[in-house]
Design a protein around this ligand. Structure first.
Ligand SMILES: C[S@@+](CC[C@H](N)C(=O)[O-])C[C@H]1O[C@@H](n2cnc3c(N)ncnc32)[C@H](O)[C@@H]1O
Length: 266
């Protein structure tokens, strides 16, 4: 979809104040956020700046939505008179978030377009994820800062993107028997979507349960398991046949294949 044809881009163009977004965001916003239009939702944007995106979101979501803007800059109070909830605060403060959610309760959508440092983005995820409703989403914007040295001091082991990869590992601990992580959000985050410059956390506690097997108990043909079979053209198959040994050399095959895979991890 051409970004110019999206509802969010039209809402962005219609805004009376300045805003800066990237063109790839608009089709993603449309796809993820259209289900919330014209509903009584709570939408939170961290980072108000010139106020342009507050009006954009009002144009897009409609009058029923409560639009909350958060920023460190006290000047943003000027937008209160347009019907926005304006909250002064620091997204990297746990105390700030505690007070914020005591006031508003759980919310539908949170968009982080604040300061974009690793610490700000990660603290925001940790505080906001448990406070998003089931079916709601948290979008972290401008995650390219995880790769930029100037100003952001990245790449770093503790970049936001590395944290989002850790959260993918965390989700997979719902598979039975996988070691749980000490710090986990896996009971809230159903899935994570990664787009260029945007990371999306889909929240759903009901769907984030420990997984289990289910069988349909129908007729089995008892098929032979071919998973560990050796390819007839392979070196190990020839050795196995020549020496008439039983082993399938599974660990050796695993090691050699791992060496071949190295190139994909570069
Ligand atoms: C990129 S601008 C927001 C742009 C706006 N969302 C738009 O689309 O027009 C980033 C804003 O985040 C605010 N900000 C920076 N650090 C912050 C922090 N720690 N907590 C809250 N807001 C912060 C800045 O004051 C600035 O207004």
């Amino acid at each position: 979809m051409n970004y110019k044809n999206t509802l969010t881009f039209k809402a962005f163009k219609k805004s009376k104040y300045f805003s800066l977004k990237y063109i790839n965001y608009f089709p993603i916003y449309d796809t993820l956020l259209k289900k919330f239009r014209n509903k009584k939702i709570i939408f939170v944007e961290i980072g108000v700046f010139s106020g342009g995106s507050l009006f954009m979101w009002r144009n897009f979501f409609g009058k029923k939505a409560k639009i909350i803007g958060i920023d460190l800059n006290p000047d943003i109070k000027r937008f209160e008179k347009y019907g926005f909830d304006i909250i002064l605060g620091d997204q990297s403060s746990n105390k700030f978030w505690k007070k914020f959610f005591q006031k508003y309760g759980k919310v539908d959508v949170i968009l982080d377009d604040g300061g974009h440092t690793n610490h700000q983005q990660i603290t925001t995820v940790n505080n906001c994820v448990p406070n998003v409703k089931d079916g709601g989403i948290l979008i972290t914007e401008d995650v390219h800062t995880s790769y930029i040295r100037d100003k952001w001091y990245n790449p770093s082991k503790y970049s936001f993107i590395n944290y989002s990869k850790k959260l993918i590992d965390d989700i997979n601990t719902r598979y039975p028997g996988i070691k749980k992580q000490k710090f986990s959000l896996s009971k809230y985050i159903y899935s994570i979507q990664s787009f260029e410059s945007l990371t999306v956390f889909n929240i759903n506690r009901k769907l984030s349960k420990i997984n289990r097997e289910v069988r349909n108990n129908k007729l089995s043909t008892n098929p032979k398991e071919f998973r560990a079979s050796l390819n007839k053209d392979s070196f190990f198959f020839k050795i196995k046949n020549f020496f008439n040994v039983k082993t399938n050399f599974t660990y050796l095959v695993f090691l050699i294949n791992s060496l071949k895979l190295r190139n994909f991890f570069k």
